[in-house]
Design a protein around this ligand. Structure first.
Ligand code: FMN
Length: 223
């Protein structure tokens, strides 16, 4: 296999895992994922991420506390959440939401069931590990962009080791809580978490795959 084929196969095989087995990932493998992911480019090579990785009891304590917080507190992310999804983006968002609900048996319009599924975000879908991704506040949107590249690198490196991942912005909605919990000052911006571990391949939440738009929907060729 050539390099392109290898990379394409990894990109195609990666998907967001929403049901994990509880068994932990070896520390050496987590270090390999982090070491590979940090090779992504950043503006001025600033490498603006700081990452907290939880394991074992720490993940379970965080899960319980964040679930309680999410049931109680209003959302207050450091990086403002999108204000609208319109047009094709709205369509794609709906489609992937319906795919998930159909997979796990949430009927359209069943708000209680969809809220229960949403709350799974704060239990990290059962993942044994969480990587909290923060950026340097002073770098603004470009720091966040660099960290987005890191998240992609993380998910692909994990995939290459057979480790499942999901990037989640939902926990970042409770940024004040996460600042307190992890003792983060205002100079850090909470962006997202990546929950990771070994997939539960038979769980219905892992039974669907999202699609991608054809090139002619989003590429403009000039010259
Ligand atoms: C920055 C970012 C934030 C995301 N936040 C969430 C989230 O809070 N909850 C969730 O279930 N999925 C979340 N996702 C996963 C997306 O829904 C998923 O990547 C998208 O639907 C494409 O599906 P795929 O990852 O399986 O290819 C997020 C993905 C990214 C990149």
């Amino acid at each position: 296999m050539g390099d392109y084929d290898t990379l394409s196969a990894l990109l195609a095989a990666r998907h967001s895992c929403r049901a994990f087995r509880p068994d932990p990932v070896d520390r050496a493998d987590i270090e390999r994922i982090l070491t590979a992911a940090q090779r992504v480019p950043t503006w001025c090579n600033s490498q603006p991420w700081q990452v907290v990785v939880t394991s074992g009891e720490e993940t379970y304590r965080l899960r319980a506390a964040l679930t309680a917080e999410a049931a109680r507190a209003p959302q207050n992310p450091d990086l403002p959440f999108p204000t609208a999804y319109t047009g094709a983006r709205q369509e794609r968002r709906r489609t992937c939401g319906w795919q998930l609900y159909a997979a796990v048996g949430v009927a359209r319009g069943d708000r209680a069931a969809s809220a229960r599924q949403m709350m799974q975000n704060f239990a990290f879908f059962g993942a044994p590990h969480v990587a909290l991704i923060t950026s340097a506040t002073e770098l603004g949107g470009y720091g966040a962009l660099d960290c987005g590249g890191f998240i992609t690198g993380f998910t692909l490196a994990a995939q290459a080791l057979g480790i499942a991942t999901i990037a989640q912005a939902a926990p970042a909605g409770f940024s004040p809580f996460l600042h307190d919990w992890f003792d983060l000052g205002p100079e850090r911006m909470v962006l997202a978490v990546v929950s990771f571990g070994h997939a539960d391949p038979d769980h219905p939440a892992n039974s669907f795959r999202t699609s991608r738009a054809p090139l002619d929907e989003w590429v403009t060729w000039r010259g």
